[in-house]
Design a binder for this molecule. Structure first.
Ligand SMILES: *Cc1c(COP(=O)(O)O)cnc(C)c1O
Length: 377
């Protein structure tokens, strides 16, 4: 795509390739050399665009990825993404054939599921998921017999064993205690398996927060998602990083038109906004169908235009949003409005936006819509 003035996109995402490379470098530096990054590309790489991000990462020598479901893995393969792709979530047995056809590794979510995978009759690559306290997916770590049983299943090619930490984002006493308890359960299970003489394959438990908060828990992979994209779940946590990571994504839309709103008139659905003085307003080409949260209505959110803040007026619509540009000079149709990112010396980060919308960064990013164009700059 031509990024110059000829580009006519309505609402789009710009990906900063240099920021992504920076994040890969600093995260790798946090980990021992033997630990590989296994970036989380689920939910279209947290809204960034999984294929674009995977290609960038492939070119940096990263060849292990994780996704949420088979469909996501298949989409990456169809676009030529190489290397190992691990499905972290559930795949229905009717779709097991996709695992072989597209060379995807499946998480074994418990013993019963291992039996189903094995019954499929051909070799399937897997990582065994272990439940050490999150109680979502995984076989319970104390069920050594069942875990050993999986090693006797002739169609399971066991490439790894992993657990997921559920309190690693906090450093309070009870959170630290729970995290170490989870790690201990995992390591105890591995010791038991060694006693049984089982070949122990690659081990992993860290995701973004644990790479930063618990570097000593590193394994053979780190399944990094949000940190790779330069952010953490909340503005407070991201602030604490103090520029250590750089946000990869900016979200922009066009000013469609500029008009007057006179005192006493209303703007948008439900006449939710009423002007008590004459104003200049602009309609911008992004709405909640693009993943721009409706919760930002009525001044809770802002856009940046020409380096100034333009508060949202009334209710965010499905495809458009009305903003207040009173006092901002020279706003013209076709100008870019920044919803996430920098404009002049102002910045709205995805975590600020999440906070205003009452959620976490991950939810905002992962819901950015398919209608947005995505471009690497
Ligand atoms: C989403 C996910 C990750 C990545 O999490 P981040 O906090 O974004 O780094 C890692 N492991 C599992 C099992 C996940 O579901």
């Amino acid at each position: 795509m031509n990024k110059g003035q000829h580009y006519g996109g309505r609402a789009w995402i710009e990906l900063d390739g240099a920021a992504l490379r920076h994040n890969v470098r600093v995260l790798r530096a946090k980990l021992p050399e033997t630990c590989r990054l296994m970036p989380a590309l689920k939910a279209d790489a947290y809204g960034h665009g999984a294929v674009l991000i995977a290609k960038e990462l492939n070119s940096m020598g990263i060849n292990s990825f994780c996704v949420a479901c088979a469909r996501e893995g298949v989409a990456l393969r169809k676009q030529g993404i190489k290397g190992e792709i691990l499905i972290l979530g559930y795949t229905h047995p009717a779709e097991f054939y996709l695992l072989r056809r597209y060379c995807l590794a499946q998480t074994v979510i418990d013993y019963r599921y291992a039996v189903l995978l094995n019954r499929c009759g051909r070799k399937i690559h897997v990582h065994i998921g272990i439940d050490t306290g999150m109680h979502r997916l995984g076989e319970r770590s104390e069920n050594i017999d069942k875990i050993c049983g999986m090693y006797r299943m002739k169609n399971l090619v066991i490439d790894g064993i992993y657990t997921h930490l559920c309190a690693d984002d906090g450093l309070k006493g009870y959170e630290r205690e729970y995290t170490y308890q989870q790690a201990d359960k995992f390591h105890q299970m591995i010791e038991e398996m060694k006693k049984e003489g089982l070949p122990i394959s690659r081990l992993h438990m860290q995701s973004s927060y644990s790479v930063l908060n618990y570097p000593e828990l590193s394994g053979d992979y780190a399944r990094v998602g949000i940190a790779l994209y330069g952010l953490l779940g909340t503005a407070e946590d991201t602030g604490r990083l103090n520029g250590f990571l750089e946000p990869v994504l900016s979200l922009k839309a066009r000013v469609a038109l500029v008009k007057k709103l006179y005192a006493g008139e209303s703007a948008g659905y439900g006449m939710e906004f009423r002007a008590d003085h004459d104003m200049e307003i602009a309609t911008i080409t992004i709405g909640y169908a693009d993943g721009f949260p409706r919760a930002l209505s009525k001044g809770r959110g802002t856009a940046l235009i020409n380096g100034h803040r333009a508060p949202i007026l009334g209710l965010v619509c499905m495809d458009q949003t009305i903003v207040d540009i009173s006092g901002i000079l020279d706003v013209k149709p076709g100008d870019a409005a920044v919803l996430i990112g920098k404009s002049g010396d102002k910045e709205i980060s995805a975590c600020d936006l999440a906070e205003e919308a009452g959620t976490i960064t991950n939810e905002i990013l992962s819901r950015l819509g398919a209608r947005l164009e995505r471009v690497v700059i």
